[in-house]
Design a protein around this ligand. Structure first.
Ligand SMILES: Cc1cc2nc3c(=O)[nH]c(=O)nc-3n(C[C@H](O)[C@H](O)[C@H](O)COP(=O)(O)O)c2cc1C
Length: 229
């Protein structure tokens, strides 16, 4: 018997609005405000791409980087100094810099440590096992974890993009605890069904997932319907 070629499942419900001509439109996230936490796990490229697209989409971004997050940004992206020019070298419009606010991780008195500071969600990308553990215990001893705790208590989206493999039981239990508290655990775990041909496409796959979870429309190629395009 001749094997039949696998067919793609029919799309359920309305088509997903994913076919934007550009990775992100200038007003895709206009009027939105996000918190981005970067901890010391591998994957600096994910954080930099997410930051770039959020800012290009018109969002205000509050960035907090842990000490080891800084080390990763240096080791993996050569970033020696945390400022707009180094973090977003592709954005030439200097006005965009006004929408990036960088907070010291030690400053647990920064605005993002308060629930009264309104925002549309926080992503921790990449998230180390250490940051995962701190968040799972409700620790607010540094700004990244404090901002995450506040995001949870205010019932706003908290996207935890953990990077480590394999997982031990402690990681798994921490993920369960955070999930029960309302976070979305979204490991940096890209799919390959769209046949990526570059590291950038693999990075965009993950970043597109996070943008979906933060409800920011984008044109990154991440949809199963696009397989074979
Ligand atoms: C180059 C480098 C890569 C690392 N990659 C990971 C990783 O992928 N996942 C992880 O959980 N920890 C990783 N670590 C270890 C964490 O950085 C370390 O546990 C640190 O204490 C995390 O602190 P933070 O969560 O405050 O950033 C890495 C460390 C270094 C120096």
């Amino acid at each position: 018997m001749t094997p039949t070629a696998p067919t793609k499942p029919a799309t359920i419900g309305a088509p997903v609005p994913s076919a934007l001509p550009t990775p992100i439109e200038p007003d895709a996230a206009k009027g939105k405000r996000f918190v981005l936490g970067v901890s010391g796990a591998s994957g600096a490229a994910y954080a930099l791409r997410l930051l770039e697209l959020m800012l290009q989409g018109g969002a205000e971004v509050h960035l907090v980087v842990t000490e080891y997050g800084r080390r990763l940004l240096f080791d993996e992206a050569g970033i020696t100094h945390l400022d707009f020019a180094n973090l977003c070298p592709t954005i030439t419009d200097a006005r965009v810099a006004q929408r990036l606010v960088i907070h010291p991780n030690k400053d647990v008195g920064a605005v993002i440590a308060s629930g009264s500071f309104l925002h549309h969600g926080m992503a921790v990308l990449p998230c180390s096992s250490s940051a995962l553990g701190y968040m799972a215990t409700g620790s607010g001893s540094n700004l990244l974890c404090r901002a995450a705790m506040v995001t949870l208590k205010e019932r706003r989206p908290l996207i935890v993009c953990h990077r480590e493999t394999p997982l031990n039981l402690i990681d798994i239990e921490n993920m369960q605890r955070l999930t029960l508290a309302g976070a979305i655990v979204c490991p940096t775990n890209p799919g390959f069904y769209l046949k990526p041909t570059s590291v950038e496409e693999i990075v965009d796959f993950m970043v597109g997932k996070v943008l979906d979870l933060l409800k920011v429309e984008h044109g990154l190629k991440i949809r199963w319907e696009q397989a074979g395009d």
